[in-house]
Design a protein around this ligand. Sequence first.
Ligand code: NYM
Ligand code: MG
Length: 206
Amino acid sequence: MARGRFILLEGCDRAGKSTQCSMLVSALKARGHAVELCKFPDRTTTIGKMIHAYLTNAQELDDKAVHLLFSANRWEAMQSIRRKLLSGTHLVVDRYAYSGVAFSTAKGLDLTWCKNPDRGLIRPDLTFFLDLPTSEAERRGGFGEERYEKRELQEKVRDVFLQLQSKEWVMIDACKSVEAMHHEILKETEHKIQVAEADAKLAEED
Ligand code: NYM
Ligand code: MG
């Protein structure tokens, strides 16, 4: 059996990641795949609750301390993520370490320092970046409710994301319709899954 694929969706706030993640999960399920949704920050854990309090301005925290909490929130999920992938379940993940680095670096922390705590995390097999100009993000509902949802910071975040971009990333124009984006994301994901399944079959025949 092929290991499940780790499919990551990244982007600035309001780019439509959560909508696309749930559409992707539903589409993969409808095609008979075992698939689950993961979201970072995971606000349900003890660490996640501290992050939530910070993001909703209920609590102040040092920039470095909160950066480490975001990273710890990923580390605490590793065992469960590994187990699921090994059992053949695909994971659709809403934000991950790129968000961690992009937001903290945009706040003024050193890029290398920001990358270090996430070293060794399970790597995504496929990364989509939903790209949206900040002016468009601002027009979308809810912008401005949480910490970080400020135009100036979001522009910096987008710059850092684009700096982190590797040639493997699949860039998605988030100004497109929800359906058009879904179509692109699903097509690339299915391709990735098919390649992994074919490789696993070949390995079995060896
Ligand atoms: N965020 C998210 C970080 O600053 N560091 C991280 O490691 C992660 C995963 O949290 N503005 C920021 C990005 C968002 C905020 O995320 C909450 P969401 O997807 O809106 O719940
Ligand atoms: Mg948000």
